[in-house]
Design a protein around this ligand. Structure first.
Ligand SMILES: [Zn+2]
Length: 174
């Protein structure tokens, strides 16, 4: 479901330009602007209440998408819930962090880089990813965490490298 209305192109382009090609080329996701309930992307439910429309943006995993949506349309989707002038590049990069996290099977966790990163393992990853792409990374991320992102897909077959993470830093089973 790739659908960006007029006005978002520059913002989305700027965010995507900010993400290194070795990551951008590895993960696959779509953008969607508009009301994800009305579009049938997600169902109104206890989990996704109407109030989420107050959020800035949202990463919607294929597993969380409506059961009525044809399987072929179920792709990782970043929903932009506000008008372009209510969003910024960092918001989008954070959501791309969620897409990357899911691509990596939600396995990794880092020292929380912000208060929001303490929310849960998902926000922890997205915030670490955002910080890794900023100058604050040297202040907020541990050297091994910077290394983790820097060398993420450098194994011979292009699969993610896991080996630099010590087991204690891998998430517990949910
Ligand atoms: Zn988030």
């Amino acid at each position: 479901m790739e659908r960006i209305s007029h006005g978002y192109s520059e913002l989305v382009g700027s965010a995507m330009d900010h993400i290194p090609a070795f990551i951008r080329n590895q993960i696959h996701f779509h953008f969607f602007t508009g009301n994800p309930f009305n579009a049938g992307l997600i169902d109104r439910s206890e989990y996704y209440k109407e109030s989420l429309l107050d959020y800035l943006a949202l990463y919607v995993s294929p597993y969380a998408q409506s059961k009525h949506l044809p399987k072929i349309l179920k792709v990782p989707t970043i929903v932009l819930l506000q008008k372009p002038d209510g969003l910024d590049r960092e918001v989008i990069v954070h959501e791309v962090g969620h897409a990357l996290d899911e691509y990596l099977d939600n396995q990794f966790t880092f020292n929380p880089v912000s208060e929001y990163a303490k929310t849960d393992d998902y926000e922890n990853f997205a915030e670490a990813f955002l910080v890794w792409l900023s100058f604050s990374k040297y202040l907020l991320l541990k050297p091994e965490d910077i290394y983790f992102f820097d060398h993420l897909f450098e194994s011979a077959n292009g699969s993610p490298i896991w080996c630099n993470r010590i087991p204690g830093e891998v998430r517990n089973e949910r």
